[in-house]
Design a protein around this ligand. Structure first.
Ligand SMILES: Cc1ncc(COP(=O)(O)O)c(C=O)c1O
Length: 409
């Protein structure tokens, strides 16, 4: 059994009706379980033999009717050991969890498989989100699979083309607004209160976080029950860092691991309200009105889950760091050229953050680190092309191409 609980006033709610925030004080909600019951369910050990996937962890998820599950085969993403890049950056062991392996190419699919299943359980006919791109791509795909209508509200500028084309192809109704993600989110939050036919699937929806927490379970299981010392994760609206920490804490509570990793949130310099709060030791986050970065997925000034993110960082004795756009693009090139992993700029921010924190001595050279690559590089083909040298055109002749190759060193 499960219930919803407010993270502020701790008021409890059953899951019978749709609510997104606490009806008493307006704070964020968490899904809580009867952990004794869960422990006894897990005792059979059968579940442990299943291959990694979101639904391997069905007993940890708040689904009442498993016949309604909407799945495209999400989770089970690869955890790459990146020894060459690890050596170059100066850490003992570096792994990259490649969430680009998910069906629509980002971690959002973990949340949407659970969230869209809840939409069906609640009998909703349409789903809604605001998005910097990946949320809309993912929601559109799962809505298509479920036979639901899908409305996505996106910034009219600076949305990566790879993400936009996905939402369109999956048949979502795309509504571009003259503003950024923060404006779009405000609109859908209001709409979801007024329109009971629409089910909101931004990460304020606590059920979406439940799907995303399986990322932590998979890291722990992928490393045979030994979590790393530190996990680096990009932070935008702050849902994923909250989900990651919830997952690790639950695994610890159920004695499936015996230590917890430190959670390190990475933000771009121009969109860093959480990193700024962490650095100044503040208990609240000051929204930033004009966030700016090439990593459009994390171009967010007013993160809705800031409270859960700060909790994840403080409780885990982690930290947050900022990286410049130049550092992000350099990290994207490094990961691709050293390890054959092409990730989108927001994902590469974790590698840039790791480099910086090793140089500053915050990450020890004997530590094991996992960086979360949240989305596939092909999501945003334009940004790396803009940052790289344009190849010069030559005549279509062997001599001309050979001359262009030059002497290989
Ligand atoms: C690729 C990618 N990385 C990171 C993030 C940030 O995740 P969150 O908003 O949960 O902090 C997003 C969100 O859109 C994303 O698409």
């Amino acid at each position: 059994m499960f219930h919803l609980e407010c993270i502020g006033c701790h008021e409890k709610f059953g899951g019978e009706k749709v609510i997104y925030v606490c009806e008493r004080c307006g704070d964020l909600l968490d899904v809580k379980y009867d952990y004794l019951e869960l422990e006894s369910k897990l005792r059979s050990k059968e579940w442990e033999k299943q291959p990694l996937s979101v639904w391997k962890y069905k007993d940890f998820l708040p689904i009442l009717d498993l016949s309604k599950v909407v799945s495209l085969g999400e989770g089970g993403t690869r955890l790459y050991e990146c020894s060459r890049l690890g050596r170059r950056l100066g850490v003992k062991k570096l792994y990259v969890k490649n969430e680009g392996d998910n069906p629509t190419g980002s971690f959002k699919d973990r949340g949407m498989t659970v969230g869209v299943t809840k939409a069906l359980e609640y009998g909703r006919k349409a789903v809604l989100c605001a998005s910097t791109g990946n949320t809309s791509a993912s929601l559109a795909a799962y809505a298509a699979k479920a036979g639901l209508r899908c409305v996505v509200v996106v910034p009219s500028k600076k949305i990566a083309r790879g993400k936009l084309v996905q939402a369109v192809a999956y048949g979502a109704q795309l509504i571009p607004v003259k503003g950024g993600f923060d404006d779009a989110l405000k609109i859908v939050l209001k709409l979801s209160q007024a329109r009971k036919d629409l089910y909101l699937l931004n990460s304020i929806n606590p059920y979406r976080i439940e799907g995303q927490k399986t990322l932590a379970y998979e890291i722990a299981d992928g490393l045979r029950g030994r979590p790393p010392d530190k996990v680096f994760i990009p932070v935008g609206n702050a849902g994923n860092i909250s989900a990651l920490w919830k997952g690790f804490k639950e695994y610890r509570r159920l004695n499936l691991i015996d230590s917890l990793p430190q959670t390190i949130g990475i933000q771009a310099v121009g969109a860093a309200p959480i990193a700024e709060a962490v650095k100044s030791g503040s208990e609240t986050v000051k929204p930033k009105s004009h966030p700016e970065t090439v990593a459009t997925a994390i171009r967010i000034g007013s993160p809705v889950s800031w409270k859960k993110a700060l909790q994840a960082i403080w409780e885990s004795r982690g930290t947050a760091e900022t990286v410049t756009d130049g550092e992000i693009m350099e990290a994207q090139r490094m990961l691709a050229s050293q390890e054959g992993l092409f990730v989108e700029p927001a994902s590469a921010s974790t590698i840039a953050g790791l480099k910086k924190l090793v140089e500053e001595g915050v990450v020890g050279r004997d530590e094991e680190v996992v960086c979360i690559a949240t989305g596939h590089g092909l999501k945003d083909p334009d940004t790396p092309l803009k940052f790289s040298e344009k190849a010069e055109e030559v005549e279509a002749e062997v001599e001309a191409v050979e001359k262009a190759i030059g002497v290989l060193r």
